[in-house]
Design a protein around this ligand. Structure first.
Ligand code: UP5
Ligand code: MG
Length: 213
């Protein structure tokens, strides 16, 4: 009898916990991830940071492609991003000292498209939960333009920011909505001070049974 081969993810949720952190450009994903690393012991993997590092890595065949995609606010082909994330997870697991606590990964800015969510969960690891930072565009725009004065990021300019917003609304929000249907989202209003936002995140995590270490 013919059988369909089962896809086995590289990591099992029995061994690691994966939490996605999603939100528009400038909603505070990186900022709040630093808080979560400190208090919850997450290993933080920013898909954007991994892509920017790959862009400048000597010998990378993807440097030019990544540069163009990021400046245009377009989503880099997922095979590149998923390979970077999966390898960074494997590396973190081998370099970590053994611990009684299950390793926790906070994946920031990914998945940005529904097919990426499916592909990651099928081949890398199913997620436990998604943190969604909900922020109005005018607040995000002001933050990004201010950061752009010093960040040196190719996409922190008014034109790229506009394109990033459009891609987020049209392509990335459906990912949040799909996880919401599975009741796997902690949605937090991301306006106000960094501490105010973080207090809301802690509350939302507690409600889902995810506690500080
Ligand atoms: N700030 C933060 N919180 C604040 C608060 N409460 N009050 C006042 N200021 C606050 O924050 C942005 C700025 O706001 C900072 O200056 C911060 O101090 C301040 P930050 O924490 O950096 O926000 P973040 O949501 O991380 O913003 P970022 O610009 O990183 O979001 P993007 O989603 O746009 O960027 P990312 O690096 O994830 O992706 C960039 C590009 O890479 C994408 O557009 C895409 O082209 C590509 N990409 C892919 O193709 N695939 C991927 O999977 C991921 C990325
Ligand atoms: Mg970021």
């Amino acid at each position: 009898m013919a059988t369909t081969p089962e896809k086995t993810p590289r990591f099992s949720p029995a061994d690691i916990t994966v939490v996605f952190c999603l939100g528009g450009p400038g909603s505070g994903k990186g900022t709040q991830s630093a808080n979560l690393v400190r208090d919850y012991g997450f290993t933080h993997l920013s898909a954007g940071d991994l892509l920017r590092a790959e862009q400048v890595r000597e010998g990378s065949q993807y440097g030019d492609l990544i540069k163009t995609y990021i400046r245009e606010g377009k989503i880099v082909p997922m095979e590149i991003t998923v390979a970077l994330l999966s390898n960074a997870m494997a590396e973190a697991l081998t370099s970590k000292a053994p611990s009684a606590v299950k390793p926790r990964f906070l994946i920031d800015g990914f998945p940005r498209k529904l097919d990426q969510a499916v592909f990651f969960e099928d081949t890398v690891c199913p997620s436990q939960m998604t943190l969604f930072l909900d922020c109005p565009e005018e607040v995000m725009e002001a933050r990004l333009l201010k950061r752009g004065e010093t960040s040196g990021r190719d996409d922190d300019n008014a034109d790229s920011i506009r394109k990033r917003f459009r891609v987020f609304v049209e392509t990335s929000m459906p990912v949040v909505q799909a996880f919401e249907k599975q009741d796997k989202v902690v949605s937090v209003t991301a306006t106000g001070s960094v501490d105010e936002v973080y207090a809301r995140i802690r509350e939302g995590f507690q409600a889902k049974g995810v506690n500080p270490l």
